[in-house]
Design a protein around this ligand. Structure first.
Ligand code: C2E
Ligand code: MG
Ligand code: MG
Ligand code: MG
Length: 291
């Protein structure tokens, strides 16, 4: 019986690996040429300041409309990184986000910056920084209003190329944020060496902070650390008003999450921006009326 059971387990395990490999291959094939077939779009989510009104920042997130079925960025981005497809894809994201930002700006919509996610693989490529600048210029968007979200793992790779990249970013005022902060490496040396402007607290901590002491302590520690280093701190994955109120009490600077809105397609994002602007104008008028 034992032998039969272990054989079954082994077969099950084998079957699982076979399926995973199959899925990976399908995604890798699907990604090839997907850009030319126009299968990607961007959705947008605002980053709202807690310390008085400031036009929100906006993060662009990629979506893949794969004819074969749903596939989230968490699944296909790592595969695109391995296959090298991320290079073209990443540049498309930057130029599309900049193009959209220019269009919103022209329509009179107020926001501070547009943020895009960048993989470590892209950062390691020679000439990446110069191409980012060129993509901004081609779209007519000031590089100083572009923010790149990098993960800790992308930043600890201490290479000459990385340093050159950061010099170019700094020269053009391109802003840097550390995404998913707190989940990566405990070596924080890179925070001093690179011109990081924002820390984004990973949403795992935010999700647990109201009921778990450790998550609460880590969240507060990140806020203090960021402020001590002269950075702004953004909490991601904020879903409730209770969470937002606690973060505000702890001095967190900005929040992003379902509490404000899910990531939205361009048209709905424009509506959201317009409503936020009107709400702010009404609040300003009310204050002025009282004075
Ligand atoms: P991220 O950059 O940390 O983005 C935040 C993720 O949390 C997004 O998932 C967003 O939809 C989700 N989110 C936002 N608010 C909430 C909330 O209140 N609750 C919960 N539970 N989730 C929330 P998404 O869009 O599936 O993206 C997942 C990850 O894929 C991103 O994490 C980023 O690392 C990567 N990614 C997305 N777009 C790109 C891209 O254009 N390039 C690269 N290299 N990576 C990307
Ligand atoms: Mg991000
Ligand atoms: Mg994140
Ligand atoms: Mg992430």
């Amino acid at each position: 019986v034992a032998r039969a059971t272990s054989r079954n387990t082994w077969q099950l395990h084998n079957e699982q690996i076979r399926r995973q490999t199959q899925r990976r291959l399908e995604i890798e094939c699907g990604l090839r040429g997907a850009l030319d077939r126009d299968e990607f779009s961007l959705v947008y989510q605002p980053q709202v300041s807690l310390d008085g009104w400031q036009p929100p920042g906006i993060e662009a997130l990629i979506r893949w409309h794969w004819p074969a079925g749903p596939c989230h960025p968490a699944e296909f981005i790592p595969i695109a990184e391995d296959s090298g497809e991320i290079m073209r894809l990443g540049e498309w994201v930057i130029s599309e986000a900049c193009r959209q930002a220019v269009a919103w700006h022209a329509a009179g919509l107020e926001f501070g910056r547009i943020a895009v996610n960048v993989s470590g693989v892209q950062l390691r490529d020679r000439g990446f920084a110069d191409r980012v600048v060129a993509l901004c210029q081609r779209a007519g968007w000031p590089p100083s209003r572009l923010e790149l979200e990098l993960t800790e793992s992308a930043l600890i790779l201490d290479s000459e190329n990385l340093r050159q990249c950061f010099q170019v970013f700094e020269r053009h005022g391109i802003q840097l944020a550390v995404d998913d902060f707190g989940t990566g490496f405990s070596n924080l040396h890179y925070l001093n060496r690179f011109p990081v402007k924002r820390l984004k607290i990973d949403r795992g901590f935010v999700a647990d902070m109201l009921r778990d002491t450790n998550a609460s302590e880590v969240t507060q520690a990140i806020i203090h650390l960021g402020h001590a280093l002269g950075m702004r701190v953004v909490a991601e994955g904020v879903e409730t008003h209770e969470e937002q109120a606690q973060l505000a009490a702890w001095g967190c600077d900005e929040v992003q999450g379902y509490v404000h809105t899910r990531p939205l397609p361009p048209r709905e994002m424009a509506q959201w921006l317009r409503m936020a602007q009107e709400r702010h104008a009404r609040a300003g008028a009310a204050t002025a009326g009282r004075l």
